[in-house]
Design a binder for this molecule. Structure first.
Ligand code: PLP
Length: 403
């Protein structure tokens, strides 16, 4: 008899590592070199973790072999509190900071602790698809609000408003955004928060790319704009600190926590259920947040990430029938393919064929809960010359789809 997966998994997917990634792994097993343009994994493209973080982990390794408290090491949680103080978040307490095995684990815990079956969560489209998956997996209903490509991919606040029902519990904001690269100005954030305020929504703010901004602007922490709202701010070491494999992230709960004691107890209980986060990786948080912020050198003019972002954007827009909003932050571009020009009905098939023919692995736009098969996401991590060459190959491959 076949062992079947639980019906809880119905409608749950994560296409960044989905069936196309499985095909990529098969190709690699056959000896092909596959270029992984699908995951924001900085080390694969020569972005090593800052030396001071590595040294700190190595130095603290002998003392890290025991469990920590469930919420995490106190010095690391203090460092998180201090970091948000510098961003203008007042009143955050170490007791409301939870460390996790990456933001991913904390997203799952935050949803598990909150949702009743049928509760609705407003999630951006396109989104980082774990947000949609975590909602569904926990019995919730993801309701996607549109981000407007014609307005630098900012959330369409009228669309958000129109999708609120009496079951809406929370709204997810991803800023800077994966996959679009949008960085929302404070006034856009204020408009979203005003809606959250009027409808008593919990705010989930995913700010893992807060230090990867190409315009030199200061990051606006959502929690600083809304001290009156229950805000859960998520971030970690995977991106700006190039430590994705260590699995280290944090969740900071701010706002009127006196009205969320029961929810916080639930979060604490879930933190205890998984005992604690990887302890060596927790050690790295203090070194990361307190130390020299080398990511600044990579994103400012002349920096490697910025050059790659520029060259990717130019190369994508040079493909006939492809247009791309210039990413203002994060590690991705999310270009549009003109379907009047190209015959693509199934974008998963398109990226699979690209993989089979060119050995380039990108992710289809529908994998980010985008409603039409007319986008894809590419990472901007490879060296600029290579990245440009990969994009030119995508352009030549795309030409075979001309109507
Ligand atoms: N949030 C966003 C927007 C991401 O892009 C990612 C990873 O790509 C994550 C969360 C997960 O990060 P972590 O490695 O901390 O689990």
């Amino acid at each position: 008899m076949q062992v079947k997966q639980s019906s809880k998994l119905t409608g749950v997917s994560y296409e960044i590592r989905g069936p196309v990634a499985e095909q990529a792994a098969r190709l690699e097993a056959e000896g092909h070199h596959v270029v992984k343009l699908n995951t924001g994994n900085p080390l694969l493209f020569g972005f090593e973790a800052p030396a001071e973080i590595l040294q700190d982990i190595v130095r603290s390794l002998p003392a890290s072999s025991g469990y920590s408290s469930s919420k995490g090491l106190l010095p690391a949680r203090r460092a998180v509190v201090q970091y948000y103080q510098t961003l203008g978040v007042d009143g955050l307490d170490v007791e409301e900071v939870f460390l996790g095995n990456g933001v991913s684990e904390l997203i799952m815990m935050a949803m598990t602790a909150l949702l009743e079956n049928g509760d609705e969560v407003l999630v951006p489209a396109p989104d980082f698809p774990l947000w949609t998956a975590a909602t569904t997996l926990n019995g919730g209903r993801p309701v996607h609000y549109i981000c407007d490509e014609g307005s630098d991919w900012y959330p369409d606040t009228a669309d958000i408003e129109s999708k609120i029902t009496d079951r809406t519990r929370a709204i997810v904001i991803i800023n800077p955004n994966n996959p679009t690269g949008a960085v929302y100005p404070p006034e856009v954030l204020r408009q979203i928060l005003e809606i959250a305020r009027r409808h008593h929504l919990v705010v989930f703010s995913d700010e893992i790319y807060d230090k990867i901004r190409y315009d030199g602007s200061a990051h606006t922490a959502v929690a600083a704009l809304a001290p009156d709202l229950l805000c859960l701010t998520f971030s970690g070491l995977s991106k700006a600190y190039r430590c994705a494999g260590f699995r280290s992230g944090w969740l900071a709960v701010s706002g009127p926590i006196q009205h969320a004691e029961n929810y916080l107890e639930g979060l604490s209980m879930l933190a205890g259920l998984r005992l604690c986060a990887n302890v060596p990786a927790q050690q790295a948080i203090q070194a990361a947040l307190g130390g020299y912020q080398s990511i600044g050198d990579l994103v400012l003019p002349g920096g490697r990430l910025r050059e790659q972002r520029d060259r990717a954007w130019e190369a994508l827009n040079a493909i006939p029938g492809v247009s791309c909003v210039k990413p203002a932050g994060a590690l991705y571009a999310f270009p549009r393919i003109d379907l009047d020009m190209y015959r693509i009905h199934d974008d998963e098939r398109f990226v699979l064929d690209l993989l089979l023919q060119e050995k380039l692995h990108i992710v289809q736009g529908t994998g980010f809960n985008w409603p039409r098969p007319d986008h894809f996401r590419i990472i901007t991590l490879p060296y600029a010359d290579e990245l440009e060459a990969f994009i030119e190959r995508i352009g030549r491959f795309l030409a075979s789809y001309k109507q």
